[in-house]
Design a protein around this ligand. Structure first.
Ligand code: 5GP
Ligand code: ZN
Length: 114
């Protein structure tokens, strides 16, 4: 989508600090990190949110979570622990309207929800 910041990052039209990339997935550092490890992991195709995910995307979503698992290991947080978060819609606090998963770790994270 032409006015989507994460599509632009996926197309390398906007620079980002990339940690993983293949044809389908991109993982890059969050511009305002909330923890020592804070990556954004996206499917390159534009899906607005989790609400747009269907059975058709089952393999892609499995691949995305496999990438997260590998990154957590590579970044040294697999054993200490980490959090994956997908904000969805207004009440979920979603600001960027391109499906993304936050990978947070490297410190003890606040346990509160909401
Ligand atoms: P949301 O609240 O939509 O789940 O979070 C969007 C995240 O994307 C925020 O943590 C924000 O810091 C990050 N973000 C927004 N714009 C950019 C950008 O242009 N580059 C990068 N690397 N991260 C961004
Ligand atoms: Zn997009």
């Amino acid at each position: 989508m032409s006015d989507c910041i994460f599509c632009k990052i996926a197309l390398h039209e906007v620079p980002s600090e990339i940690f993983f990339e293949d044809d389908e997935i991109l993982a890059f550092k969050d511009i305002q990190p909330l923890a020592p490890v804070h990556l954004i992991v996206i499917p390159k195709i534009h899906l607005q949110s989790l609400n747009d995910v269907t059975l058709e995307h089952e393999r892609l979503m499995g691949h995305l979570f496999g990438v997260i698992r590998r990154l957590a290991k590579e970044l040294g947080v697999a054993e200490t622990g980490y959090r994956v978060v997908t904000n969805t819609g207004t009440d979920g606090g979603q600001v960027v309207g391109h499906l993304h998963v936050h990978l947070l770790g490297g410190q003890a994270l606040n346990a509160t929800i909401g």
